[in-house]
Ligand binder design. Sequence first.
Ligand code: SF4
Length: 210
Amino acid sequence: MKERTKKIYMHLKELFPNPSCELIFSNRYELLVSVILSAQCTDKRVNIVTAELFKKYPTVYEMANANLNELENQIKSCGLYHNKAKNILSACQKIVLDYNGEVPSDYNKLLKLSGVGRKTANVVASVGFGEDAIAVDTHVFRVSKRLGLAKGNTPEKVEKELMQELDKTIWSESHFLMVLFGRYVCKAQKPLCEECKLKNECLHYKSLNS
Ligand code: SF4
């Protein structure tokens, strides 16, 4: 790993010594549903909704038999609820029918579940199964480009660049570090640049101040 990349990683580790997923879940089914719900929604809001949701649908079997309208109502505040409800229902039905009620560990099988794109599959693979994976969400995409860790214009390209740039052993951890850094410091609208110790490494900061 390049010295510069190492420096960025060490600083993020200093800021967030124990980075982890902020979604609350107790098994892979709950993790999968939570990650689907988290698209364009805060983890905080998802946790509020799932606290009730998982009481009503405690396992993938109950969820696979859920009534679509009731499910939509229950997840409405997470946004995009028509699609999210349809996808959750369909993904859970496939898990029951094809995988004996177990969320599959295979990355390509995860990708075939409704509502599961690369980001969701990577989060489930890394958090649910302990695989090395870099999920590129909006925070990881923004932070890695601002810091010059990646240049690509799609999440998939950025994911590939980060896999080259970072040691495999820190892929999953780096995802959470960048999510937290993006959420609390390098925010989309008003990044806290003046107090950021990565100013000297930051392409975005340099471009704004040149
Ligand atoms: S200097 Fe600003 S834009 Fe650059 S990494 Fe820090 S907070 Fe983000």
